[in-house]
Design a protein around this ligand. Structure first.
Ligand SMILES: Nc1nc2c(ncn2[C@@H]2O[C@H](COP(=O)(O)OP(=O)(O)OP(=O)(O)O)[C@@H](O)[C@H]2O)c(=O)[nH]1
Ligand SMILES: [Mg+2]
Length: 291
C-alpha cells in the first residue's frame, strides 16, 4: 500500500496546487479578467477556468490581448464563440486607448451592482482572507503563460509595475497592484494547467520557447497550418516564398522552401529544416510574423 502511494503520477501533484491558486485568486476577486491571445482565441482561452469563475460566482471579461498582431476582419470571426458569455474587449500594448476602454468596462461591471454590495458580500465570506481585499474592489487577472497579463496591468496603471518579458513564466506568485484609489489588481503567474503533452498549445501561445520545446517541428507545422487556413498570402509575403497550388497539408515542402530562401543548407545542399523550424517559431512568438 505504501508503495502504491509513492507511485502517484507526478501530474497529480503538479496540477492540483495550480487550481488551488486559481480558485484563491477568483475568490479574492470581484471581477476576473481572462486574458486571451488574439492570434489564438480558441487555444488560449480556458473553458474550465470560465466554469470555475461562474461556479464561484464572479463576473468576468474576456480581454483579447495582442490584437495588434491580428487583422481586424479575422478577429471578428474568431471571437464569435465568446460572444454572449461575457463582454469581450480588445487590447494591445501598441494602443494606449485600448486600456482606457478596458478600464471603463471594468467600472461598468461594478456600477451594475455597486461597491457597497461587494464589500458587504466579502465581509460575510469566510473564504476571503485578506483584509485589504475586503476594503477594495479587486480585479484578478488570469490567463495562460505569456498572454500578456502583466503588460495589461502596466497598461491599466500607466506604470511599469510588473516585469514583462517574452520568456514565459516571468511572474511568480500573486501580486497586488493599486489602480487608482479603490481598485486593486491581482497579477498572477500563468498557472492554468496545460496538458503536459500539448506541445502545440505551449508553442503557439509562447508558453514554451523554441529551446524548451521537445518537438519544435510540430509547432512550426502548426503555425504554417494556421496561416494556410487563415492568411496564406501573409505567410508567403513574410518569407518571400510562393506556396503555389500545393496540397494544404504539405507543410514540409513549405519549410524546405523557407530553408532554401534563407540559405539554411546542410552539407550537400540539403535544406536545414530544423533551422527553418526555429526561425518560424521565433518569428511567431516574437510577433514579427502576424496573421
Ligand atoms: N505585440 C504585442 N506583444 C505583447 C502585447 N502584450 C504583451 N506582449 C508581449 O508578450 C510577452 C509576454 O508579456 P507578459 O506581460 O510578460 O505576459 P504574462 O502573461 O504576464 O506572462 P507570465 O508572467 O510569464 O505568465 C512580452 O514579450 C510582451 O512584450 C501586445 O498587446 N502586443
Ligand atoms: Mg506576468
Amino acid at each position: 500500500m505504501q508503495q502504491f502511494i509513492r507511485k502517484r503520477q507526478p501530474r497529480d501533484t503538479n496540477i492540483e496546487p495550480y487550481w488551488d491558486l486559481i480558485k484563491r485568486i477568483i475568490t479574492e476577486s470581484d471581477l476576473v479578467l481572462e486574458v486571451i491571445d488574439a492570434r489564438l482565441v480558441e487555444l488560449s482561452r480556458n473553458e474550465e477556468l470560465e466554469k470555475l469563475i461562474e461556479e464561484i460566482g464572479r463576473p468576468f471579461i474576456f480581454v483579447v490581448n495582442k490584437s495588434d498582431l491580428v487583422n481586424r476582419d479575422k478577429l471578428g470571426e474568431q471571437i464569435k464563440p465568446l460572444l454572449g458569455k461575457a463582454p469581450v474587449i480588445f487590447v494591445s500594448n501598441r494602443n494606449k486607448m485600448s486600456y482606457k476602454i478596458l478600464l471603463s468596462e471594468i467600472k461598468k461591471v461594478f456600477s451594475e451592482f455597486g461597491k457597497r454590495e461587494i464589500i458587504e458580500r466579502k465581509v460575510g465570506d469566510p473564504k476571503v482572507k485578506f483584509r485589504e481585499a475586503k476594503a477594495d474592489i479587486v480585479v484578478g487577472v488570469l490567463g495562460y503563460p505569456n498572454v500578456g497579463k502583466s503588460s495589461i496591468i502596466n497598461g491599466l496603471t500607466h506604470k511599469k509595475k510588473m516585469k514583462v518579458s517574452k520568456k514565459a513564466g516571468t511572474t511568480h506568485g500573486i501580486h497586488w497592484i493599486n489602480l487608482g484609489d479603490d481598485i486593486k489588481l491581482i497579477d498572477s503567474p500563468g498557472v492554468i494547467p496545460l496538458n503536459r503533452d500539448d506541445e502545440v498549445r505551449y508553442g503557439l501561445i509562447g508558453a514554451r520557447d523554441n529551446e524548451s520545446l521537445k518537438h519544435p517541428e510540430v509547432v512550426s507545422h502548426a503555425i504554417i497550418k494556421l496561416f494556410l487556413k487563415q492568411n496564406k498570402r501573409k505567410f508567403e509575403d513574410f518569407y518571400e516564398i510562393d506556396i503555389g497550388d500545393e496540397e494544404e497539408s504539405d507543410t514540409y515542402s513549405i519549410i524546405e522552401k523557407i530553408a532554401i530562401k534563407r540559405s539554411f543548407l546542410l552539407k550537400g545542399g540539403v535544406p536545414d529544416e530544423n533551422r527553418a523550424n526555429t526561425l518560424i517559431i521565433r518569428d511567431w512568438q516574437d510577433g514579427r510574423l502576424r496573421l
